[in-house]
Design a protein around this ligand. Structure first.
Ligand SMILES: [Zn+2]
Length: 223
């Protein structure tokens, strides 16, 4: 198990430096166990380490834990985040892990197309309907008032155009943007660099495959 260290920033040997005098220069040793749990071990610090209010010597860290290192309070999630770059120390090839994301990329694309698709059909129907009603209404109205055909035609056209903009306003892009944002959030956990968790939701599988490497951590995705 490869270990790494968290401690006072004054000690250059610390992999995760903390700038605070309550943190000892040798404070915590950390590692990822074979079930991908983050383990921390106090290595004789002055102010100690607490998990959920209780002093510990060695313990695992879950996202919802409250970890006190010296007088610094971290959530488990914050500590896990700091430790992620050390999860795959030395490992550079992530072919299988990257390939395993393919079905999730495809499902994400399908789901977002579904949201976009229903929108455009609904909007087009609604727009056409409004335009037709207004065109007809203004034309008939114009006949009753005895307005000459040319003006009747112009007024109907104006009404139709107004209806078109009205429909755009009612069917604004917000709901669709919200839905896509929620979907993005759902998939952000699955579509990320297996090594450094760099988010990959913005582009499709083929795009990243052609990149071959993670732009952030340089992990190899493709042989
Ligand atoms: Zn990466």
């Amino acid at each position: 198990m490869k270990t790494f260290k968290l401690g006072n920033a004054k000690n250059p040997k610390n992999d995760i430096p903390i700038q605070d005098s309550s943190v000892s220069s040798e404070h915590l040793e950390l590692w990822w166990d074979d079930k991908a749990n983050l383990i921390i071990k106090d290595i004789g610090s002055k102010n100690g380490t607490k998990k959920n209010g209780i002093f510990i010597r060695q313990t695992d860290v879950k996202p919802n834990d409250k970890i006190e290192i010296g007088f610094n309070i971290f959530t488990g999630a914050e500590l896990i985040n700091k430790a992620i770059p050390f999860k795959y120390m030395g490992k550079v090839q992530f072919f299988d892990e990257f390939q395993a994301m393919k079905p999730f990329f495809e499902q994400y694309q399908k789901d977002s197309l579904k949201i976009k698709g229903t929108r455009s059909i609904k909007i087009q129907l609604f727009r056409s309907l409004i335009m037709l009603i207004l065109l007809g209404a203004f034309y008939v109205f114009g006949t009753q008032l005895g307005i000459p055909p040319f003006f009747r035609f112009a007024i109907s056209l104006l009404g139709g155009t107004l209806g078109f903009f009205l429909a755009n306003k009612i069917f604004d892009e917000k709901t669709i943007t919200d839905k896509l944002a929620i979907l993005r959030e759902e998939y952000s956990d699955k579509l990320k660099c297996p090594k450094c968790t760099y988010s990959l939701v913005s582009k499709d599988f083929l795009f990243w495959k052609n990149q071959r490497k993670c732009p952030k951590c340089q992990a190899n995705w493709v042989k």
